[in-house]
Design a protein around this ligand. Structure first.
Ligand code: GLN
Length: 456
């Protein structure tokens, strides 16, 4: 109830939520009876949580931030949502996001922007700005996000929250509305590293309904975080500063300054810090903005006015194709259309090798750079985002400026490695939050929690 009251008090200004769960109190009460009946609920039972609107919920509308899905209530729960409910967490509602998770500011939501609780004139990051803002504004203690190119970590950085993109395949994508299937991952948003770990323990693990879900046992991430909180846990840990992601053009001075202070702190705590060269990372953003639109254009073909969602029939009778065209014209916003056009172009015959094919080769080079780096160090570190939160409206008409904010987060998605953003103090010039990013080899998410908890 305290969280519902908080939402009622501040969400008129923040606009983190697209939908508030009217059954939250009833669901919380039901947990008491499950407990009384001897149901073995985990440590998060009874804890409320906000859910990004990219995840299907059978009792709440799911729009993925788009008009084309306005009012749609899915017939099933996404696996991470089903796991939350099984563990006794209570969904508080669905959070705002850039349409189909395309964006870095939440301004591309069809339902209006979310405002950063630190400064309401600024963006909360994106695409998961709603989840990050909800946690930062104390409307929810935990949230779920999705990260295809940084949509959990970059909002974390600019709102002073913790955000984790697990290893690709570590958390089921079943019931997550796909943006780019080879890059998408679901992950936790929280105020502390230990909280994120507890949530990751709940949502992670193999799911036969997701063919890319990894078949393996995972260690307890909460145990890893608690381990990191012990004295001397950073001693001897080998950490690589990625030269290409550590500063330079596009990086705000205060972000770089806080980052360097954190690196110095790690050294003073006994970590061994070395510089790592990852030359292909400079091309990661270009490759991503071909691979992502290509996959997205294919994934979004299912919004055809027939199977679900909006249907617009043009005046004067129409063919199936007319209805489809009118529906997609009315239902998709400008960024979604831009990427569908880019993606279909990149995939079209005659251009495939020049664009999509080349981008896939760059992706392989990025993966090789990670492999080489992890032969030398246990973890990589960089700022989570090159700048603090920019003003609402500042980059909306400049897609390239918007895309450049993803510089630091995209390599991890291209390689499928896990990444975590943790709060890294305020930038001196604007007193806004900055974040530091840790990256580990595939399947070594526990390292992030161990070192992240120590660093925090
Ligand atoms: N900003 C990135 C993009 O617009 C991130 C997307 C994401 O992670 N969902 O593609």
């Amino acid at each position: 109830q305290a969280h519902l009251d908080r939402i009622a008090a501040v969400d008129g200004d923040v606009h983190a939520f697209l939908h508030v769960n009217q059954n939250a109190i009833a669901a919380a009460k039901a947990i008491d009876s499950r407990r009384a009946a001897g149901d073995d609920l985990g440590p998060l039972a009874g804890v409320p949580i906000a859910v990004k609107d990219v995840l299907c919920t059978q009792d709440m509308p799911t729009t993925s931030g788009s008009k084309i899905l306005e009012g749609w209530v899915p017939p099933y729960d996404a696996t991470p949502v089903a796991k939350l409910r099984r563990a006794g967490l209570v969904p508080l509602g669905k959070t705002n996001m850039d349409e189909f998770a395309m964006g870095s500011s939440t301004e591309f939501s069809a339902y209006g922007p979310t405002h950063n609780p630190w400064d309401l004139d600024r963006i909360p990051g994106g695409s998961g700005g709603g989840s990050a803002a909800a946690v930062a504004a104390h409307e929810a203690p935990l949230a779920l996000g999705s990260d295809t190119g940084g949509s959990i970590r970059q909002p974390g950085a600019v709102t002073g929250t913790v955000g984790v993109k697990p290893t690709y395949g570590g958390v089921s994508r079943y019931g997550a509305i796909a943006l780019a299937s080879s890059l998408d991952q679901i992950g936790p948003v929280s105020r502390t590293v230990l909280d994120a770990a507890l949530l990751h323990d709940v949502i992670g693990g193999h799911d036969p309904k997701d063919s890319t879900s990894l078949r393996q046992e995972w260690p307890s991430f909460a145990a890893a975080a608690r381990d990191g909180l012990q004295a001397d846990s950073l001693k001897g840990v080998r950490i690589g500063v990625v030269k290409e992601l550590a500063g330079g053009e596009g990086f705000q001075a205060g972000v770089t300054q806080r980052f360097q202070e954190t690196v110095a702190l790690l050294e003073s705590a006994g970590a061994v810090v070395v510089e790592i060269d990852a030359p292909s990372f400079a091309y990661a953003i270009s490759a991503y903005y071909l691979i992502l639109p290509a996959e997205a254009s294919s994934n979004l073909a299912k919004f055809d006015s027939v199977r679900f969602g909006l249907r617009v029939t043009p005046e004067g009778g129409a063919t199936v194709e007319d209805v489809m065209a009118a529906t997609r014209e009315a239902g998709f916003g400008p960024e979604v259309k831009r990427r569908i056009i880019l993606g279909t172009y990149a995939l079209s015959a005659g251009y495939y090798d020049a664009y999509y094919g080349s981008a896939q080769k760059v992706r392989t080079l990025v993966q090789r750079d990670f492999t080489a780096a992890f032969e030398q160090v246990d973890l990589l570190i960089s700022p989570s985002a090159p700048t603090t939160a920019f003003k609402i409206g500042e980059r909306i008409d400049d897609p390239l400026a918007m895309y450049l904010n993803d510089l630091t987060t995209i390599p991890a998605n291209l390689a499928g490695v896990p990444g975590m953003s943790i709060p890294n103090g305020l930038a001196p010039e604007d007193s806004l939050p900055t974040g530091v990013q840790l990256m580990a080899p595939q399947r070594e998410d526990a390292r992030l929690y161990r070192v992240g908890a120590a660093l925090e």
